[in-house]
Write a protein of this length. Structure first.
Length: 83
């Protein structure tokens, strides 16, 4: 039995959902492809569909990446306006 601890792999990737072997990198890639909610991560990747212990961490990864994309988009928009 595991406790959904974050298992670090080489390349600074970590397994977020141990039950389904889903890494933070895969969650970020899914966000880059358009996913934006836990419901979508559950549906498309199976995150948090077994023991559910990864839900909090998966949500953190999801929201952190959504926020970083927003900052990048805003910076890109401002750069485009300044040019
Ligand atoms: S770690 Fe069990 S459902 Fe994700």
């Amino acid at each position: 039995m595991h406790d959904a601890a974050h298992i670090y792999l080489e390349g600074a990737s970590m397994i977020v959902c141990v039950c389904n072997n889903i890494s933070d990198r895969e969650i970020r890639q899914a966000v880059d492809l358009g996913l934006s909610s836990m419901a979508e991560l559950r549906r498309d990747l199976g995150v948090a569909t077994c023991c559910g212990k990864c839900a909090s961490c998966a949500k953190d990864v999801l929201h952190a990446h959504l926020e970083s994309k927003t900052v990048v988009t805003e910076l890109s928009f401002r750069s485009a306006q300044a040019a």
